[in-house]
Design a protein around this ligand. Structure first.
Ligand SMILES: [Zn+2]
Length: 218
């Protein structure tokens, strides 16, 4: 793995967030960590427009930004604080998925409903709306950063992972979960997995294998 490979991976998953309608226009931002630096999407770009050399390099410890003539995403603090607080985080995906946003308008606690959600994501936490791009949002997120998926009220979703692949697929699974919840809940309160059913899935050897695969880069 090199910083060039990280930049190419970022382009690949940035493209997926747009193709899969997890963001529209210049919304959302993603980053990945490599050797003490984070590589973050630049401000003002749609994620699928960012070229490999345009990911902005920021030193995680000092916050020093390598000048390439582009500003980092306005959510730079959110990314910096998260990497500083939890060294296990290797990548962060922040998007505005429509079902996630719709969910936060009417609900807060996302129940565990199906096996992929239980195995790949687990519990999703919620933070109340705060003004985006401020240190208030970065601070609010920091309190919940032990969870790998955080719904932002009236705003969107943040997922983290050991690498981009894991962080990205968590975003897809949480968006799918919110979609399924909203569809089912429109008919009647959904039957969700019990705590025992959830724990049973988390302890399956076959699931451990799948999770291991997800953590590999390619
Ligand atoms: Zn946002």
């Amino acid at each position: 793995m090199s910083s060039i490979e990280i930049r190419n991976e970022l382009c690949k998953y940035a493209q997926k967030t747009v193709t899969n309608k997890l963001v529209v226009g210049p919304g959302g931002n993603i980053s990945a960590k490599f050797e003490g630096k984070m590589y973050l999407s630049p401000s003002g770009f749609a994620l699928d427009e960012v070229q490999p050399e345009q990911w902005v390099e920021v030193d995680i410890e000092t916050g020093f930004i390598t000048d390439i003539g582009l500003r980092p995403s306005s959510e730079v603090l959110m990314h910096l604080y998260a990497y500083r607080a939890n060294p296990n985080i290797g990548a962060i995906v922040h998007t505005h998925p429509p079902y996630c946003i719709a969910f936060t308008l009417v609900e807060r606690e996302l129940p565990i409903m199906f096996p992929d959600q239980a195995a790949l994501v687990g519990m999703t936490v919620y933070v109340d709306y705060v003004l985006p791009t401020t240190d208030k949002l970065a601070d609010a997120l920091l309190e919940k950063i032990e969870s790998s998926s955080i719904l932002l009220g009236n705003h969107g979703l943040v997922t983290t992972g050991r690498n981009l692949r894991e962080a990205y697929y968590r975003t897809e699974v949480v968006e799918e979960s919110c979609k399924i919840f909203l569809i089912a809940n429109a008919i009647r309160p959904p039957k969700v997995l019990t705590d025992e059913e959830y724990e049973e899935i988390a302890s399956l050897e076959s699931e451990a294998y799948r999770i291991q695969l997800l953590q590999k880069m390619k």
